[in-house]
Write a protein that binds this ligand. Structure first.
Ligand code: MEV
Length: 312
């Protein structure tokens, strides 16, 4: 039996602008995870079991662009010609995840990474991180249109990442750990839709939105410096500024704004939406001792769930 787990993720700064080549910062959220377990099957064939989504199917019965099928086919394509999907012994791929779906926590990328790692290890050809991330990116593309690649990267490396599309992966050190509260609006937020909405705006007035992307990129650069230097308290105002720019990009929502305001009113040092937006999650920077009070305030303002995470 082979098992592999992958964490969730949260974008600290730079979502959306990252699709247009600006830097963004993302960190793993280890409090939630996706796990893939591979065990030999009783008979031939590759079976995929994901009880959380009511899936129990033989691989060949799933459409080729189903994310789980795409991850499995990706592994075999990477290992061909020595391994072939029709010529391997039967296996059961069991998937479980505690990462909320379509909420900006990277559930899809985490499942892909866990499956790719577990299956390639089971086939005794474990793939290096670079290949794992590249295969997970191919799966992301099927469902997200034009993803930047930040989700699969931070989840594969499970370290804080300074990400620029098309550049080599840059991880960075956190000078002093800090606490974030993640607040979930409970509203499913398909990234594909908010990314497409921003593209429409950009196509209609490129120079206006390029300036906004520049400002967001500058915030992300500045934030990395503060994190590396252990000056995490200074991130609060950068988060607020980034949120204001995301509002201009129309990717926030009344529910996200309500949680951001509730966080700030209850003692957070800064707050912003995180990920694709229009639903999904927001994050608030808190002193550790204030986390329970801010979590209560977020719940009163409509948060379905909160997660406290340490960035280290
Ligand atoms: C999604 O987690 C982050 C976005 O910037 C999209 C992407 O980078 O692919 C909204």
């Amino acid at each position: 039996m082979t098992t592999s787990s992958a964490p969730g993720k949260i974008i600290l700064f730079g979502e959306h602008a990252v699709v247009y080549g600006r830097p963004a910062l993302a960190v793993p959220v280890t409090e939630v995870q996706a796990t893939a377990t591979i065990r030999p099957g009783a008979g031939p064939g590759i079976w995929i079991e994901a009880p959380d989504i009511g899936l129990h199917s033989e691989l060949s019965r799933l459409p080729a662009d189903h994310p789980l099928a795409a991850a499995v086919h990706g592994v075999f394509a990477a290992l061909s010609p020595s391994l072939h999907v029709g010529r391997t012994e039967g296996v059961i791929i069991h998937i479980a995840s505690t990462i909320p779906v379509a909420s900006g926590l990277g559930s899809g990328a985490a499942v892909s990474v866990a499956v790719i790692r577990a299956l390639s290890a089971h086939l005794r050809r474990p793939l290096p991180d670079e290949r794992v991330s590249a295969l997970a990116y191919e799966v992301e593309k099927l469902h997200h249109g034009t993803p930047s690649g930040i989700d699969n990267t931070v989840i594969t490396y499970a370290k804080p990442v300074y990400f620029m599309k098309g550049q080599p992966v840059e991880t960075f050190q956190v000078g002093a750990p800090f606490t974030l509260l993640i607040g979930d609006t409970g509203i499913p937020a398909p990234t594909k839709e908010s990314v497409a909405a921003v593209r429409k705006l950009w196509e209609a007035d490129k120079s206006r939105w390029e300036k906004i992307f520049d400002e967001i990129g500058e915030i992300a650069r500045n934030a990395r410096e503060k994190i590396v230097n252990g000056e995490w308290k200074k991130l609060g105002s950068l988060m607020n500024a980034n949120h204001a720019l995301l509002r201009q990009l129309t990717v926030s929502s009344p529910e996200l704004d309500r949680l951001v305001e509730a966080g700030l009113r209850s003692g957070a040092l800064g707050a912003k939406m995180s990920g694709g937006g229009r639903g999904g999650n927001m994050i608030a920077l808190v002193e550790r001792k204030n986390a329970p009070a801010v979590a209560e305030a977020l719940k009163s303002a409509g948060a379905r769930r909160t997660i406290v995470t340490q960035v280290r």
